[in-house]
Write a protein that binds this ligand. Sequence first.
Ligand code: ASP
Length: 346
Amino acid sequence: MAQTTAKPRILIIYTGGTIGMVETADGLQPFDFSHLMDNVPKVGNLGYDIESVQFPNPIDSSNMNPTYWGQIVKDIADRYDEFDGFVVLHGTDTMAYTASALAFMLRNLRKPVVITGSQLPIGDTREDGTENLISALQVAAAKDENGDPMIQEVVISFQDYITRGCRSTKFTSTGFHAFKSFNYPVLGTIDLHIDYAQPYLMRHDEQLPLQPFYNMDPNIQVLWLYPGITEEVVKAQLSIPGTKAVVLRTFGAGNAPTEKWFLDALSEAVSRGLIIYNVTQCLNGGDEQKRYYTGDMLAKAGVVSGYDITVEAAVTKLMYLLGSGLSTDEVKQYLGTSIVGEMTVD
Ligand code: ASP
């Protein structure tokens, strides 16, 4: 790793969540990040130049939405040139959605945006927040052998692993190792040392300026299939006014019922201009629409394959594409390609 004498400059953005909380007489409360060193003195040992900003009213991440994503994007874009890396502190519940959203909203990113949080508050006696914060700061400061940022994308750094943001999923509400990337190798392991899986890291060919995006279109929905789902439910969901796209949570390798009423409902919705994106309910593996007759029927009905994309990435990718002023055909074309490394297209 190249040695530099300048102190790494890192901006911490505290959005809320368990990590930034301390026990007070009134219960758990977010602490003031301008006093970060008082609450987490070990951070001082890193010798970094750290600044922080925080949401005026830190949120539980269950309240996360596209407006807050825009705030995070603005905090990063406004001060992009001033810092070597960015650490976003966030509740774990919707962290994978935010990681995916930021990946789409921070186009041409060449600096680390490292998202972390914790399962127990930093203020607790037994906790995972201090370690997660310190590791995230180190990941945000790491350089490769050329002196360039080791991470040049949005990642989640949590417990022992660094995973691509738009490939990550929260899979346990109690375990300290809360996030997994089921369909893409981990980008790094955090143990005695922090080791990076360099062949899997994002590298861009072209030097383009950061392009922040603020126009996420929330007019999408998720239709989760289950055996016995009724015609009324499917038709009602496919005709909710204002809906432009639907993530269809299918079975196994992207399969769905082949009953006539179901396929007709999908074809009719597609012919009205609704975009339907096939995303399997399985965490591992993906949609292979052509493998089974049941999946092939979806392709014939005009449903677009999401391959091995996560539902978090599918939802945010649709919001991003729909907000980009593209035609329906263009959106469908981009849905079939990997924009920021969110899926494996065969
Ligand atoms: N409910 C909390 C949140 O997502 C849990 C956490 O901080 O991990 O904000």
